[in-house]
Design a protein around this ligand. Structure first.
Ligand code: 5AD
Ligand code: SF4
Length: 441
């Protein structure tokens, strides 16, 4: 048998890319590739890239620069760029970095084996189409490799919202949902391989409307209830959601579906209605706050997480203060915040920009507030009993680490529970980025 070829994948950006990288590794597994963690050993290097902010995109070029030496030493090494930079820049990548052999956009991953073969034949391969077929159905899976206790599962891709700052509608295309049966089949397969928790992924996951077994379009809540029936699956999460797609059946599921975890990532981006309007968000600060109240009425202990952009074009000090006020009112359990980054081709790129120093100052102030809230939410867990799904041994001997229902990192010393066990843990103390606990019973 031929020696397996080695594949090194580096993943940037969001969880959808993490999932896509797994599926690409599986697809290339069918071509005789095994994954390696060192680029020096690789026969193929694949960068799965992110285009969401300028820095993320620039990283790709500096990383490619680093592989120049490797390529010179090993002319057979193939270098590929996948993901959203590949989609956005296409052939431009090969012009800027001629050593790149392959460029593949997120909707064309099922064509990867064919593209790889073309590079082996000494050709350049480029595919940034938006084909009609479900790429995941066409990505060949390797037979039943064992998996860790948690997994991502993409159920929806793309976005039709066109927020004025965002490249996603251009790089990932229009909203598409996978049919219910395919999702359930994949979930069952993951559970057979050892998975206990599945995070359903989509750029706009709560806009999910996949074809159900009855031929009608099913909502995300209906999909969740179907997954609730999968024996051995113990936890369900989903991300990322848009406030305007937070339907009543989904809110209700948060109150009644025991497998659906009490954590919701619901980005608002800004707290000023003027800015929200310019962002094309189609909701107000007030409607968002009312929505959070409704969700908390259904599931009082739910932990809310969000995304924020500071320094969006034309954002004044008063607009920024509205964001701070909204944060103070909502009280987030976790959050991600960013300085606005100009993205070519998006409407906001053309507008009056906020000076960099002002953006930096606003980001620091917002992050200080969010960090305090994050810590407070964590501290509130002390002396409570929480469910923890153990994932792996910790740094100390005998220690195990996992995630709580509320997605806090929890470590337990002298732990008798194995990875993949869901156990009740009493929280003893709250540390900078994690909780310490003890097994009950
Ligand atoms: N600049 C800064 N942050 C952005 N995001 C999306 N586009 C931009 C941009 N141009 C942030 C949003 C989004 C998260 C994934 O990234 O907050 O929710
Ligand atoms: Fe981007 Fe807005 Fe769509 Fe989210 S909802 S992916 S921020 S356009």
């Amino acid at each position: 048998m031929a020696e397996p070829k080695k594949l090194f994948i580096k993943t940037y950006g969001c969880q959808m890319n993490v999932y896509d990288s797994e599926r690409m590794a599986e697809a290339l597994g069918g071509q005789g590739y095994e994954q390696t963690s060192s680029p020096e050993d690789a026969d193929m290097i694949l960068l799965n890239t992110c285009h969401i902010r300028e820095k993320a995109a620039e990283k790709v070029y500096s990383e490619l620069g680093r592989f120049k030496g490797l390529k010179a030493e090993k002319p057979d090494l193939k270098i590929g760029v996948a993901g959203c930079v590949a989609q956005a820049e296409g052939a431009e990548i090969m012009r800027r970095q001629p050593m790149v052999d392959l460029v593949v956009g997120p909707q064309s991953y099922h064509r990867l084996p064919e593209l790889e073969a073309r590079t082996r034949a000494g050709q350049k391969a480029l595919d940034t189409d938006f084909p009609q077929e479900d790429k995941f159905e066409h990505l060949r899976s390797r037979p039943k490799a064992k998996r860790g206790p948690t997994a991502f599962l993409t159920v929806q891709e793309g976005c039709d919202k066109f927020c004025a700052f965002c490249v996603v509608p251009y790089t990932r295309g229009a909203e598409v949902s996978r049919p219910v049966e395919r999702v359930v089949t994949e979930a069952r397969d993951l559970v057979e391989r050892g998975v206990r928790e599945i995070t359903l992924l989509g750029q706009n996951v709560n806009a999910y409307h996949g074809a159900g077994p009855d031929g009608a379009d099913w909502s995300l809540a209906q999909l969740i209830w179907e997954l609730d029936k999968v024996d051995g699956l113990e936890r369900i999460r989903f991300t990322t959601s848009h406030p305007n797609d937070m339907t009543d059946d989904l809110i209700e599921a948060h109150g009644t579906c025991a497998k659906l975890m009490p954590y919701l990532h619901l980005p608002v981006q800004a707290g000023s209605d003027r800015i929200l309007k310019r962002m094309n968000r189609a909701h107000t600060a007030e409607s968002y706050v009312r929505l959070i109240e409704k969700i908390r009425a259904a599931r009082p202990d739910i932990l809310i997480s969000g995304d924020f952009i500071v320094g969006f074009p034309e954002e004044t000090a008063a607009d920024f203060q509205s964001t701070m006020d909204l944060v103070a009112e909502v009280k987030y359990g976790s959050a991600y915040s960013f300085k606005y980054s100009t993205r070519p081709g998006t409407p906001a790129a053309e507008r009056d920009q906020v000076p960099e120093a002002e953006k930096t100052d606003r980001l620091h102030r917002l992050q200080a507030l969010l960090t305090t809230q994050q810590r407070a939410a964590q501290d509130k867990m002390v002396n409570k009993t929480v469910g923890v799904l153990f994932e792996r041994p910790g740094r100390l001997p005998g220690q195990m680490v996992g995630k709580s229902d509320h997605l806090h990192a929890v470590h337990v010393a002298d732990c008798t529970a194995d990875a993949g066990t869901l156990a009740k843990v009493r929280i003893i103390s709250s540390e900078a980025n994690s909780l310490a606990g003890a097994l009950i019973g």
